[in-house]
Design a protein around this ligand. Structure first.
Ligand SMILES: Nc1nc2c(c(=O)[nH]1)N[C@H]1C(S)=C(S)[C@@H](COP(=O)(O)OP(=O)(O)OC[C@H]3O[C@@H](n4cnc5c(=O)[nH]c(N)nc54)[C@H](O)[C@@H]3O)O[C@H]1N2
Ligand SMILES: Nc1nc2c(c(=O)[nH]1)N[C@H]1C(S)=C(S)[C@@H](COP(=O)(O)OP(=O)(O)OC[C@H]3O[C@@H](n4cnc5c(=O)[nH]c(N)nc54)[C@H](O)[C@@H]3O)O[C@H]1N2
Ligand code: SF4
Ligand SMILES: [Mo]
Length: 850
């Protein structure tokens, strides 16, 4: 190794270290370490970069990781707010108070005492553990043993793809695109809102580039021409945020009315593989006789869903709707890749089923070059499992079954629940949990706990969140740096990163990487400051609450780390083959339990190289056409029915879907619905909803706009993983975080690129530099997701461009649905007195002056 070192780096070693964010990739990064210091970073150079075996190269965040682990703003000591005391908490000073150093004993005593007091005075449900969709972590496990906590749930990443999908046959999340070796068989690759170049780093873009070189043509459907669309030189089909269902209904109309003897529609596919398209194919359990065809042609409601009807709603020119219909023809091989952005909208309940319907009309499932999937994120363009990585031994679990408090608040309502003391509880829609009709519950939240999330920044309506934080009795946060939850907390403790403490990846399981890779890493540097692991924090709290954490979770962090690495295996059709060979000497060296095993390479080599990437070929088992999603079903639907639908076929009319929504939205048993919760038909109909394009008019018929006429949607931004990594100076220098606005809209407002704009609505306001572009539709503003609010105390204006300053709480259309992309705002050239510095010149947040 030493040969690769530069002058002055003598004695240093390259060590594979984890990059563990909730980003859209999973990459190999290495740190050059000497005496616990990091000299430099690099990415995968273990083997040649080939199509069959690409390198697992990192994004800008990976290269900058050392600034997260060893940055000047890294937390080193437990702290409390100067004016906080149990007797006199000065809640109003949260977010503005100064900090003082305390001991670990003090920090954990405060937390334990506050938990005991809350439990005694108001019961366990007065403790709100802010966890992401049942990703119960270390403290969650302790709280569950302590009698439980008020739980929260939401679709977060997946929008309506996370609601009632299996019922109509479009089940597996991130699981139904074909293998990447098949992409080049498509005539057209349709990206529904994808920006894989930023959010599924590395691999997905490579696969798309390869397909392009092999002759596939690209279509991009979305409100802004994404960077991914740009490099694929895709045909742009613009669509307003949240109106994809209307667009696809227009496409269906175009196909139905222009089809000549199967020139566009695959009638055989519809006949064999679907129910509900027309009167002759209604499913046995249908309770109405309205077919999809009747609805599209307007026979049931008098409104034909013509191209013009669609265009008025979605903004797509009529000729492009027809072009889309032609591209979707059964004469072409088409693969549809949708991210969840079009499904993260109010009123988008029917989008997934509509997407399935459009693909089915062209027969684009289960054969070479044909596929349709929700496959954003890690598995984009290459879904399924090839190298399996287990969740081994971490306390992270994906259900709330262990939480004795059976109550659950939807993420978009948590701040309102705290402030109003009331919320709608419809259960929990995560797999393994139960949903039910909405019940009005009361709550009295006393303690807020933030562990591996950052809800004040990541959940809707930050200003309302701050009010909620300032209402409760006590706020505790564990953190690497001053995430927003920590800024507004009372007691903050520093946790070790995975470079200092070997532990299993929280986001390291099977799905959360390209399917052909797995990773092995070490923790080569000493703990920073007084930081402790999450596990030690949990054990310290447990001891103070009177129980033994070790007995509850006997596997050490190192044991979990070891198991995750050694149990990773390539899934051959005839059985798994572990990657790492393990010997008795390995077990002794790491002081862990396990069995020796035969693998592909010695454990030490795997750890040194930092990862494994399966070499692929066009005739390997995973590329086999019959191994692709839906292939067996499409070949013989009677012999291989879909396991999740009542009819065993794709349900274009799905009674079970409608019944599911009726139940959670309050329409079952003659109910009239609740709040803005929508009534969802068995067919994929267009729905009207608050904060959508149609709702931006006070008078739709005469086209009179309301006070917030612009639709705001988001991009998951290359500079950060949600709110994480955004504090790293190199990334701030490299990426400016502007808002992207339409050229014509900008001209009307006298705005040029670089001008500061004020974006606002009833929820709040922020300042950002403008990037004026023709790649954003008129009437739309695109805001990079995840900035951490920096609120100017004098004016209340956020200077960071935090998206959730503007998103609304408690206004969604189905419980659980996080509808990030439905927002109405206004913007103008900023003329006030604040000088907005470039982000890279904003001072880091360092709470303790040393
Ligand atoms: N407006 C808007 N809001 C959105 C979205 C959007 O598109 N628009 N997207 C949504 C989506 S898809 C998601 S997934 C959510 C994400 O929402 P969050 O999960 O709340 O966001 P992160 O920024 O990933 O927060 C993770 C925090 O945990 C810390 N952390 C990471 N690992 C550990 C650990 O092991 N231990 C401890 N103690 N801390 C750890 C990180 O440093 C970071 O501070 O945001 C959602 N919010
Ligand atoms: N760098 C980085 N990567 C990430 C993350 C991150 O924070 N940073 N987060 C990760 C996580 S947890 C998740 S869930 C994924 C999210 O991954 P995606 O769902 O792919 O994320 P987005 O960035 O929200 O999608 C943006 C694209 O969707 C388009 N779009 C927005 N609204 C609509 C709409 O209504 N209709 C249509 N058709 N298109 C629309 C936008 O124009 C843009 O092209 O990303 C992951 N990857
Ligand atoms: S995509 Fe994710 S895992 Fe890969 S380098 Fe970037 S932040 Fe790290
Ligand atoms: Mo997500």
């Amino acid at each position: 190794m030493d040969v690769k070192l530069r002058k002055g780096e003598e004695g240093a070693q390259w060590v594979s270290v984890p990059c563990w964010h909730n980003c859209g990739g999973r990459c190999l990064i290495k740190a050059l370490v000497r005496d616990g210091e990091i000299l430099r970073m690099k990415t995968d150079d273990v083997h040649e970069d080939t199509w069959e075996r690409p390198q697992m190269r990192s994004c800008p965040m990976g290269h900058a990781m050392r600034q997260q682990v060893l940055g000047e703003d890294r937390l080193r000591h437990p702290m409390k707010r100067r004016h906080w005391s149990p007797e006199d908490p000065h809640r109003e000073l949260r977010g503005v108070d100064e900090w003082e150093r305390i001991s670990w004993d003090e920090a954990l005593d405060y937390l334990a005492d506050e938990l005991k007091a809350a439990k005694e005075e108001a019961g366990n449900e007065s403790i709100l553990y802010m966890n992401m969709i049942n990703l119960e972590g270390y403290l969650g496990q302790v709280l569950a043993a302590f009698g439980g906590y008020l739980d929260c749930t939401g679709t977060q990443s997946t929008g309506t793809f996370g609601l009632a999908n299996p019922q109509f046959g479009f089940g597996e999340l991130y699981g139904s695109s074909n293998d990447r070796m098949d992409l080049e068989n498509s005539d057209y690759i349709v990206l529904m809102g994808h920006n894989a170049a930023w959010c599924a780093f590395g691999q997905a873009s490579l696969y798309l580039k390869h397909a392009k070189e092999k002759g596939a043509k690209f279509v991009f459907v979305g409100p802004e021409y994404s960077f991914t669309a740009g490099f694929a030189n895709a045909q742009w089909i613009p669509v307003r945020p949240g109106t994809d269902t209307a667009l696809l209904l227009g496409v269906a109309y175009s196909m139905i009315t222009r089809d000549e003897d199967g020139s566009l529609i695959d009638w055989d596919f519809l006949d064999r593989c679907t129910v509900g398209f027309d009167a002759a194919h209604m499913p046995a359990d249908a309770r109405t006789d309205e077919s999809f065809r009747d609805y599209v042609l307007g026979m049931s409601d008098g409104i034909p869903k013509t191209q013009e009807w669609a265009s008025e709603i979605c903004g797509t020119p009529v000729e492009l709707i027809d072009l889309f219909a032609d591209i979707n023809s059964c004469k072409n091989r088409v693969s549809f890749h949708s991210n969840s952005a079009p499904a993260r909208c109010k009123g988008s309940e029917n989008y997934p089923q509509m997407l399935m319907t459009i693909a089915a009309m062209g027969g684009h499932f289960g054969t070479p070059g044909n596929s349709c999937a929700n496959d954003q994120y890690y598995g984009a363009m290459n879904s399924g499992i090839l190298v399996h990585v287990p969740y081994s031994g971490t306390p992270v679990r994906f259900t709330n079954a262990g939480n004795p408090v059976g109550k659950c608040v939807s993420l978009d309502s948590i701040w309102d629940a705290i402030l109003d003391g009331e919320y709608w509880d419809a259960g929990n829609n995560f797999p393994g949990c139960e949903v039910h009709e909405p019940v009005r519950e009361t709550c009295d939240v006393r303690v807020l706990i933030s562990e591996a999330n950052n809800f004040l920044a990541s959940q809707a309506n930050t200003n309302r969140g701050i009010e909620a934080f300032r209402k409760v009795g006590f706020v505790f946060a564990s953190a690497y740096y001053m995430k927003v939850d920590a800024q507004y907390a009372d007691v903050v403790v520093p946790v070790t990163t995975r470079w200092e403490n070997a532990q299993a990846h929280l986001y390291g399981g099977t799905n959360m990487k390209d399917k052909e890779c797995s990773f092995a890493s070490r923790a080569p540097i000493p703990r920073v400051g007084e930081s402790r692991s999450d596990r030690e924090v949990a054990a310290g709290v447990a001891a103070r609450l009177g129980f033994d954490y070790e007995a509850m979770n006997p596997k050490s962090d190192e044991q979990c780390w070891f198991e995750q690495i050694t149990q990773s295996a390539v899934m051959y059709p005839d059985g798994p083959r572990p990657i790492a060979s393990v010997t008795e000497a390995d077990l002794d060296r790491y002081g862990v339990e396990g069995e020796p095993q035969e693998g592909i390479m010695p454990l030490e080599q795997y750890l040194d190289e930092g990862g494994y990437r399966q070499e692929r070929s066009y005739d390997d088992p995973w590329a086999n056409p019959m191994a692709q999603p839906f292939a067996a079903f499409v070949a013989d639907p009677e012999a291989n029915p879909l396991p999740t639908t009542a009819s065993g076929k794709f349900e274009i009319y799905c009674q079970a879907k409608s019944d599911w929504f009726d139940r959670v939205n309050g329409y079952a048993d003659g109910g009239e619905g609740i709040m803005d919760f929508v009534r969802v038909s068995p067919l994929p109909k267009h729905l009207e909803a608050p904060e959508t394009y149609q709702a931006s008019f006070t008078d739709w018929e005469h086209k009179v706009k309301g006070p917030y006429p612009v639709q705001m949607t988001h991009l998951h931004y290359l500079r950060r993983a949600h709110t994480d990594c955004d504090n790293l100076p190199w990334l701030r220098e490299a990426l400016q975080n502007p808002v992207f606005i339409n050229k014509q809209d900008a001209e009307e407002r006298g705005i040029k690129t670089g001008d500061v704009v004020r974006v606002f609505n009833g929820n709040g306001q922020f300042l950002r530099p403008a990037s004026v572009t023709r790649t954003v539709m008129p009437g739309v503003i695109v805001v990079p997701h995840g900035a951490s609010a920096r609120i100017d105390r004098a004016t209340g204006i956020d200077l960071a461009g935090a998206d959730n300053i503007l998103t609304s709480s408690n206004r969604t259309t189905t419980p659980f649905l996080n509808s990030w992309n439905s927002n109405l705002v206004q913007y103008e050239k900023y003329v006030g007195s604040i000088e907005l510095p470039p982000d890279c010149e904003m001072p880091p947040i360092i709470p303790l002056a040393e």
